[in-house]
Design a protein around this ligand. Sequence first.
Ligand code: HSE
Length: 424
Amino acid sequence: MENPLKIGILGLGTVGSGVVKSLEGNDLVSIKKVAVRNINKKRSVNLPVDVLTEDSFSVVNDKDIDVVVELIGGTDPAYELVKTAIENKKHVVSANKELIATYGKELFELAKKNNVIILYEAAVAGGIPIIMPIKTSLCGNKVTKVAGILNGTTNYILTKMTDEGADFAETLKQAQELGYAEADPTADVEGFDAAYKISILASIVFNQRIDVKKVYREGISKITSTDIQYADELGYKIKLIAKAELLDGGSVDIRVHPMLVSKKQMISRIDDVLNAVMVEGFPVGQVIFSGPGAGEFPTASSVIGDILCLAQEMEAGDKNPLAMMQCKHETAADILDIKNSHNKYYINLTAENVPGVIGKLGEICGKNNINFVSILQKGILENDTARVIILTSMALEADIQKAVEEMTNSSIIKDITNVIRVMD
Ligand code: HSE
C-alpha cells in the first residue's frame, strides 16, 4: 500500500512478538519503532535492527508514528507513555487491562480532548472479540448483566483440580512449571486480573465509570479438593466467576469470586485456559462468547484487529475513526456493597461428633433468615469430627456473614472450611 499506517510498539514480550509475527507481510501497516528493555536480547522475530530502541519515549514522541501500540502491561511506565502518546495526538491500541481499569477515566477524557481513539480489545479475554461487538453490534441493547470466566490461569487450575482430585498448592506448582501460571501468581489466583477485566466490561455495558478498587474480589487459593468433590456430587463445578449486574434501583452489583456453577450452565463446561463472556440484555436475550483468553497469537489477534480497523478507517480519510468505540460516559457507578447482595450459598464445615449439630446449624440459620436447600453429612471422619455441607436458597450476604460468625463461635462447630456462592 502507498501509505501504510505507521505504528510504534511498546514492548516485545509474548504479545508483542505475536503482533510482529502476525503483521509480517501485511502492507496496510508499517512498524516504525519497537521499544524494548534490552536491545541485545535474542528474539524470535525478524525486525530491522534500527527499528528497536530502549527509549520508550522516543516512540510516543515520534512525529512519524500514527498509532502507539502499548504491550508492556502494568501502569508504570505505561500510564505516562500512553498519556504522552495521546497528548501527541496519536491513536492508542493497548492490551493492558490494569491500565484501562485504573486510569480509563483520565485517558479517555484526554483522548476526547485530543480527538484520538483508544482501542483495547486485547485487554479483556485475550483472543475473544468482546469489546467491539458490545460497542457496535450490541449497541442497541439495554444490557443488564455481563458475567463470565475471565482468567485462564485460574480456570486451568480449577479444571486440573477437578480432573485429578489434586489440591490447590500442588496444582498451582504444576501450572507454574508448565508456564500456565506466573512465578508470582497473585494477580491471577487472587482475582485481581479478573477484577480489572470485569470493571472494563461493566463500564462499557452500563455506560458508567467503575472504580476498580470498589469491586468485591476473592480468589481461588482457599478452594479445597473436598469442595470440588462435594460440588461435583451436588451437580456443580467450581469456577472463578466475574460478574456485574445492573440492579433495578440503578446500582451495580459487581464482583469476582469462586462459584459453584450448575453443570446445566454452559459456562460450567468452559475448561482449561479458555475464557467465556455472557452478555444479557434487551432485545438480544443472552449471548455467550468463548475462546482463548490469553496466549501469544490469540491476544495478537485482538491487537492486530484494532490496528487494522484503524488502518482502514484512516486510509479512507476518516478524521474521527471508529467513533463508535469512543468512551461516551462520565458518571460514576453506584457500586453495591457485597453485604447487601443476595446469593445462594454452599457452606462446608466440620463439627464435633456430638448430638445436636444439625439442630444447632438449623437454629443459627433459621434465626438469620437462611433457608436450607439441602444439608449433607456422610458418616464420621477419622478424627471423630463430621463434615457437613449446606446448600441454601437465596439469602442476604449480611445474614450469611452473621450466621457464619455464630457458627464459628459455637463450641460444637470446629471449622468453617469454605463459604462459596452458588449459580444455578
Ligand atoms: N493472566 C491472564 C489469564 C491472561 O490467566 O487469563 C492475561 O490477561
